[in-house]
Structures are given as structure tokens and as C-alpha cells.
Design a binder for this molecule. Structure first.
Ligand SMILES: [Fe+2]
Length: 372
């Protein structure tokens, strides 16, 4: 199974993972064979990419840190709260945020192997709500690594899921403007962190640990952020964690104006942000649990072999376990074998080949995939 941009889909391809919207409606079920009509529908819905099942590596487990069911439920509920507030100015829905966070925290703490592997699939229309939930999940993982208590993770998560609530007070034509914002419009968008903070202050259920996330999630370690230009330890740790998670998720999502950066590209960018944009210890904790090469990535090694990533472990984000598909002479590997980069030190990943390798070559040669 691999992620294929919608513009590269072809009739006859098989849907690998169901495409679901934030209302939990299945737009296209796993197993469906794509037709021109289905592809046109995906394009019309602005779905940037989907998972295609190419019949290889059926044994690969794509379980992520939070199950799709809980993630989509959280997205659906967050969408409702944000919508209700934008159109009715009714803050009552905010009461439900605690139960959303409880579901996410419960699943996170019950998950033994916490590793973020999947790049989320969302339509551009659903971007905002998927982004709120992803930012929340990434923030919780970082806090767990930093030794936060369960209650502290909950308070952080509430702030994380609501970090952009203030955007509900910014006109949609400014938020969704495809071109460059004017100086005035940019100034208005930057107001969202203060607007969100003021909204949470109107509701007594929220504690400072959550409210300050919303106010300061755009502050940066070097003092270049907003709204107050705080620097170094002036920035509450919760706000810095959410700021980092917010940046990573935005980088790895397809947007109207640019394609997503690949996970290893975003990983590299954030690796360079320690004690510059974010405190180094927070960057380190974050990168401990985020796979630079998610499961299913096709990679080329310095030795010329082409392999697929089959496993990632916390702390070894850049050194996954691989299954070799092609030998260094480009011949399909008839007797597939595995390489654990955490143990083999003379091999390195030099290129990510997703969408460029013709796996049909394996099919045409009738190579059987060995299951472990
Ligand atoms: Fe924001």
C-alpha cells in the first residue's frame, strides 16, 4: 500500500484505505477499483492523495498512534464546535472538548509503541479540523516523552485542540485567500491567538495551562514570534510544544498552494530548529516519536538496493527496519530479506522513491512476497 497523489491515480488502481470525511462518511471504501468517475470525484472534493493497494506487502501493519475511528470522531466534533461558534457565537459546545481529549489521552496511554507513522489524508476543506486534532496528538506524544503527568497532558491537549479557535473570528475570505495576504490581512490573521485566548477566558472551565497554549503558540525561542515576542524561557513549555507540533503538521499536509513536504524533509527542517525556533529539549522529545520514513515508504540505499520501510521504533526515527525489494543491480529480489538500519551501520537511506518506482516490475516477474 502506498500514498498516491490524486492527480497520478489511474483507473484500475485499488483503494487501500477508505477515504472518510470529517462526518465519518465513507467517500470511497477500501477495496474499490478506481474508475475515471471516482478519480474525477476525488479531484472535485479536493482530496489531495489516497492510499492505493498495489498487492504488495499485505502483512504491513499501518496502525497509527491514534486509531482512525477515534481520530475521525475527534475531527468531527472539533469541526462542529468551530462551526457552531463561527455562525452562532455560542460557546456552549466548548464543554464537549474535554470528552474529545479524554478519548485521545486514553488511547495514547494504552498504546505501547508510540510512533507517528502515517501522513494523514484529508481534503483541503477538512484541513483545519484535521490539523487541530493532529497538532493535539503530536503535542501529547511530545509531552509524554518529557515526563508530563496524565493531567498535565490533558490540559496541554485541550489547549492544543483549540489552538486556532480564534480563527473563527477571522473572515473566511481572508483565511482561505489563495493569493498573498496584504499587510493588513496578515495583521488580522495574527490576531487569532489573542482572540482565542479571550474566548477561553470567557469560559471558567479552562485552566491557565490550556489558555496560555492558545495565546502563545506562535511565540518562537529566538523572540521572532507573536503576539508578545517572548523568547527562551519566557515562553510557557506547553505553548512551545504546540507551536512545534503545529509547524510539523502544517509542513506535512497538502495545501492549495503547495504539495506537502515529505516526512523526512519536515523532520530535517525541525531538527535544525533546536534552540533557534524551539527549545532543543522539546525538539528532541518530539523527534523521538516521529518517523522520518513512515511505514510503506520506498527508499533507495547508498548501496543501490531499493527497499520498503516495514517498522519504526521510538528513538530510531532515522533508522527504520527495511525489506529489500530490488538488489543493487536493479533486479527484483527473488528471496526478499530484511535490514535493520539500527543495527547495520554502513547502509544509509539516500532517496525516498514514493510514486516513482514501478512496482509492476515485481508483478511482471511473478515475484512472490515472502511473509514473515
Ligand atoms: Fe495558529
Amino acid at each position: 500500500m502506498r500514498r498516491v497523489p490524486t492527480k497520478k491515480l489511474k483507473p484500475g488502481m485499488k483503494v487501500g484505505r477508505s477515504v472518510i470525511n470529517a462526518n465519518e462518511q465513507v467517500l470511497l471504501a477500501a477495496g474499490t477499483i478506481l474508475t475515471e468517475t471516482f478519480i474525477a470525484r476525488l479531484q472535485k472534493l479536493n482530496i489531495p492523495s489516497i492510499y492505493v493497494d498495489d498487492g504488495f506487502l499485505p502483512d504491513l501493519q499501518y496502525n497509527d498512534v491514534i486509531s482512525e475511528k477515534v481520530r475521525y470522531k475527534a475531527i468531527q466534533q472539533t469541526k462542529k464546535i468551530f462551526h457552531d461558534f463561527r455562525y452562532t457565537k455560542n460557546l456552549v459546545g466548548l464543554d464537549k472538548i474535554e470528552s474529545i481529549v479524554d478519548d485521545l489521552v486514553d488511547e495514547l496511554l494504552n498504546n505501547k509503541n508510540i510512533m507517528v507513522n502515517l501522513v494523514d489524508i484529508r481534503s483541503n476543506d477538512e484541513y483545519t479540523f484535521g490539523h487541530c486534532v493532529n497538532t493535539c496528538i503530536l503535542s501529547m506524544i511530545t509531552a509524554l516523552r518529557l515526563g508530563y503527568s496524565t493531567n498535565s497532558i490533558r490540559l496541554l491537549a485541550i489547549g492544543a485542540i483549540l489552538h486556532d479557535l480564534g480563527k473563527t473570528l477571522i473572515p473566511l475570505e481572508v483565511l482561505n485567500k489563495p493569493g498573498k495576504l496584504t499587510a493588513e490581512e496578515y495583521h488580522l490573521v495574527k490576531k487569532h491567538s489573542e482572540y482565542g485566548f479571550e474566548l477561553l477566558c470567557q469560559n471558567t472551565q479552562f485552566q491557565n495551562a490550556s489558555k496560555l497554549v492558545v495565546l502563545h503558540h506562535h511565540e518562537r525561542y529566538n523572540g521572532t514570534g507573536y503576539p508578545h515576542g517572548l523568547a527562551r524561557n519566557q515562553i510557557p513549555q506547553n505553548s512551545a510544544i504546540v507551536g512545534l507540533a503545529d509547524m510539523y503538521d502544517a509542513l506535512t499536509a497538502d495545501r492549495v498552494y503547495r504539495s506537502a513536504y515529505l516526512p523526512h524533509e519536515a523532520f530535517e527542517m525541525l531538527s535544525a530548529s533546536g534552540d533557534y525556533l524551539f527549545e532543543f529539549d522539546i525538539v528532541k522529545a518530539f523527534l523521538h516519536h516521529v518517523a522520518a520514513y513512515p511505514i510503506g515508504s520506498l527508499v533507495k540505499l547508498n548501496t543501490g538496493e531499493i527497499a520498503v520501510v516495514i517498522q519504526n521504533r521510538p528513538g530510531f526515527s532515522l533508522r527504520p527496519k527495511l525489506r529489500v525489494l530490488f538488489l543493487s543491480n536493479n533486479e527484483p529480489c527473488t528471496d526478499q530479506f530484511e535490514i535493520d538500519l539500527a543495527e547495520v551501520h554502513n547502509k544509509t537511506i539516500t532517496q525516498v522513491l514514493n510514486d516513482t518506482v514501478d512496482l509492476d516490475l515485481l508483478k511482471n516477474k511473478h515475484i512472490k512476497i515472502n511473509l514473515p
